[in-house]
Design a protein around this ligand. Structure first.
Ligand SMILES: [Zn+2]
Length: 55
């Protein structure tokens, strides 16, 4: 029973590792930990949550 509990914890950790940088610039594809108003790399305003653009 304890094994099943640990398996749930492991699956939760792997889920968070799926997208360590949740935001992405659609212009230069740079990823960020936080959401910027505009891309600090190229100045584009096309910043999206990476979950939305991931196919
Ligand atoms: Zn950019």
């Amino acid at each position: 029973m304890g094994v099943l509990d640990r398996a749930k914890e492991v699956s939760g950790i792997s889920d968070s590792e799926e997208s360590p940088l949740p935001y992405v610039c659609l212009a230069c594809e740079t990823t960020f930990e936080v959401q910027h108003h505009s891309c600090p790399v190229c100045g584009s305003y096309d910043l999206r949550c990476s979950r939305w653009v991931k196919q």
